[in-house]
Design a protein around this ligand. Structure first.
Ligand code: PMP
Length: 502
């Protein structure tokens, strides 16, 4: 990627880079997010690599928050965009039919889960994932005549009001909140299949108890892997339970595949792992091949909308449709889903070895190339305080506890192991150390304590090694200064200086 910036005087490039960052913080909203933790100024990008205005290069495992299935500027994506530009086709046509859109729908329908593909309808929404979530809620409310939505703790569905209501930090809502299964911080303290079973029973009893305070809802929305919630893959059996519970009660099931779609988790759509067919799918991010595009796909018998019931100006982005068609076709033709599955499994294995080395890594989890590494305080509570017989008795250690290395405490009879406190500080420190080493990673999770890896599905073996090496160095640097060894060193230094305890 040599170019003007690469050959510019380093001091000049540095000044330009700093000037842009200075103007950004002076002029852009206080709500800016990634820009705070990642003070870089991308000027060129290809595949996994981004080059900043200061000439520095980074390996990008943020991938536009999971948007770039093929990495930056993949040749097939650029070619598809150029083809539309060179053809003289209109770039913006509301929801009119075009050959570009026709090809997009054909490619999209080709990938859909079997039970949906033959009876599917697609609605093009405003261009963001959150627009498709709003459309899905509106659709199921119209189709069922009911109002409430079931959503899960830790969910993230977007930033518009309905999507926000269904997300984990909502307030003042028409949404009933259900437990999402998770091993490491299982709300029932058991994790594994038993924890998932308890979560499913809670859902079922809420729906069947006439006095639960939750009337029959218009729909249930779930992420097959919670992304922003901390990379929590739902067990397949739990997904099948949710499908049965909703189907038996005629509650439409909405799968939010905004982040998990297009091969990311090792299946083209993450619902395929469990074999379920949702009634509605919400899709965005990778389906636009790096340009803004969102759709809701649903079974045709839910299509009760009157003409114009759901409109919006920007539903006809031809460049995004062309880029998306090229991306989906490339993933399918090159079996990048299988690649994501095997590479993801290998990365998890290597990260779990790292967790055994560094107690600050509490948990490593993920599915395919959607990976989370939870940072916890190096010392502290490792065993829950619940007395024998108080909590739900479960198969301790069936999953999660003990399987993930660092945070697993030995199980004391009569107590239930619980993980050490999440450490957003350590996670932020690891993110910064990664950046210093030229690696861009995302932070997420309930406590912002989870390092998230969302590399493109095209990442090579060599690049994977480079990513994991840099990450391991970053963790070592942080653990060295924050962990027990680092703390002991600091105490020794304090004693030598005559400071400290008394
Ligand atoms: N659903 C999920 C599962 C997401 O991860 C996101 C974005 N991270 C959204 C919805 C919202 O998408 P957008 O930011 O494009 O509105």
């Amino acid at each position: 990627m040599a170019g003007p910036t690469a050959v510019a005087e380093p001091a000049q490039a540095r000044a330009a880079h700093e000037g842009i960052l200075r103007r950004q913080s002076a002029r852009e909203s206080a709500a800016r997010t990634y820009a705070r933790a990642l003070p870089i100024v991308p000027v060129r990008a290809r595949g996994l690599t981004i080059e900043g205005a200061d000439g520095r290069r980074y390996l990008d495992c943020l991938s536009g928050a999971g948007t770039l299935a093929l990495g930056h500027n993949h040749p097939v994506v650029l070619e598809a965009i150029r083809k539309v530009l060179d053809s003289g086709a209109p770039l913006h046509v509301l929801d009119l039919a075009t050959p570009v859109k026709d090809a997009f729908i054909t490619e999209l329908f080709r990938t859909l889960p079997g039970g949906l593909a033959d009876h599917a309808r697609v609605q093009f929404c405003g261009p963001a994932g959150t627009d498709a979530v709003e459309a899905a809620f509106k659709l199921v409310r119209a189709a069922t005549g009911r109002n409430g939505i079931l959503a899960f703790a830790g969910a993230y569905h977007g930033m518009t009001s309905g999507a926000l209501e269904a997300s984990g930090d909502a307030f003042d809502v028409r949404v009933a909140r259900l437990p999402y299964p998770q091993d490491y911080r299982c709300p029932f303290g058991v994790g594994g299949p038993h924890g998932a079973e308890l979560a499913a029973r809670w859902t079922q009893s809420l729906l069947d108890d006439p006095k639960s305070g939750v009337p029959l809802p218009a729909g249930m929305i779930l992420e097959p892997v919670q992304g922003e919630g901390g990379v929590l893959p739902a067990p397949d059996e739990w997904m099948r339970r949710m499908r049965r519970i909703t189907a038996d009660r005629s509650v439409p099931l909405i799968a939010d595949e905004v982040q998990t779609g297009v091969g990311r988790t090792g299946a083209f759509w993450a619902v395929e792992h469990s074999g379920i067919t949702p009634d509605v799918m919400v899709l965005s991010k990778a389906i636009g091949g790096s340009l803004p595009l969102a759709v809701v796909v649903y079974r045709d018998d839910l299509d009760v909308w009157e003409p114009g019931a759901h409109a919006g100006t920007f539903r006809g982005n031809q460049l995004a449709m062309a880029a998306g068609t090229a991306t989906m076709a490339y993933v399918r033709e090159n079996d990048l889903t299988a690649r994501a599955a095997t590479l993801g499994a290998r990365m998890l294995q290597q990260l779990r070895s790292l967790a055994r080395e560094f107690p600050v890594i509490g948990d490593v989890r993920g599915r395919g190339l959607m990976i989370g590494i939870e940072l916890v305080e190096a010392e502290g509570e490792g065993v829950g305080e619940r007395a024998e017989g108080e909590g739900p008795a479960g198969p301790l250690g069936t999953a999660g506890f003990g399987s993930s290395g660092g945070a697993s405490a030995s199980v004391v009879p009569g107590t239930i192991p619980s993980p050490r406190p999440a450490s957003p500080e350590l996670a932020a420190a690891v993110q910064q150390e990664c950046l210093r080493r030229g690696l861009i990673v995302e932070l997420g999770g309930r406590h912002a304590s989870v390092i998230r890896l969302l590399p493109p599905l095209t990442i090579t073996d060599e690049q994977t090694t480079a990513v994991l090496d840099r990450l391991a160095d970053a963790v070592a640097a942080v653990a060295g200064s924050h962990g027990p060894a680092g703390e002991r060193q600091r105490q020794r230094r304090r004693r030598n200086r005559g400071e400290g305890m008394g």
